[in-house]
Design a protein around this ligand. Structure first.
Ligand SMILES: N[C@@H](CCC(=O)N[C@@H](CS)C(=O)NCC(=O)O)C(=O)O
Length: 218
């Protein structure tokens, strides 16, 4: 498999964790989100992913015509269905929904508003300076993390978002926290999230997927 990735992309980071958890070998195809005014906007990359976003995964057998999956959520669900073990979802239907609720807080309500292209748009069309962009970024992080923290506390989570099992919720949470820390967001008010982050980052499947471990890391 070929993962189109950028070391700092948190959506690509999610997929890297899942590939590691499921012991799937893959090659990284780096697409630099900043260099050349963003290689994701190049004609060559748009032919692969018309959204101009990372990640995407080519699941074709070597030597066959490309079979590209875009959107980290679709990639992760594909990998879960194709390689069911170890499962990244609980068995009970209601608990699966719980895990997906946590995932969607991040995937739908936190990450998209803080994406690179949104921050660029704020700068270009609303004259936002760096400090204002950070305020925006931190505001949406705080909203999302507060809700996640409450849900985790209600559940009595300790090492993972759900029981003693790695699930897709951890796969989404860890890259989001990594990014928050990179942008100097204060994680003090979220002890349950911090605990899960510290625990997961000790696992090689998570730490080896981290940005600084990637072949394109700078
Ligand atoms: N919903 C998409 C989001 C993908 C996304 O926003 N990727 C970011 C990197 S984390 C990106 O490629 N940004 C490029 C840009 O904003 O121009 C997914 O989960 O795959």
């Amino acid at each position: 498999m070929k993962l189109y990735s950028y070391f700092r992309s948190s959506a690509a980071y999610r997929v890297r964790i899942v590939l590691n958890l499921k012991h799937i070998n893959y090659d990284t195809v780096p697409v630099h989100l900043v260099k050349d005014s963003g290689q994701q906007h190049s004609i060559a990359y748009l032919a692969i992913n018309p959204q101009g976003l990372l990640p995407c995964l080519d699941v074709a057998a070597p030597g066959s015509k490309a079979q590209i999956i875009t959107q980290s959520g679709a990639i992760i669900e594909y990998l879960e269905e194709r390689f069911p073990q170890p499962s990244l979802l609980p068995t009970s239907l209601i608990e699966r929904a719980y895990v997906r609720s946590l995932m969607h807080i991040i995937a739908c309500d936190m990450h998209p508003v803080n994406n690179l292209r949104v921050l660029h748009y704020l700068e270009e069309h609303f004259d936002c300076n760096k400090a204002e962009k950070i305020r925006w970024y931190h505001h949406w992080l705080a909203k999302g993390f507060a809700a996640i923290e409450t849900l985790l506390a209600r559940k009595g989570s300790t090492h993972y978002c759900y029981n003693e099992q790695v699930t897709m919720a951890d796969v989404y949470l860890i890259p989001q926290v990594y990014n928050a820390l990179r942008f100097n967001f204060d994680m003090t008010p979220y002890p349950a999230i911090r605990h899960i982050y510290q625990h997961c980052m000790q696992l090689p499947t998570f730490s080896q997927a981290a940005p600084e471990q990637q072949p394109d890391a700078e």
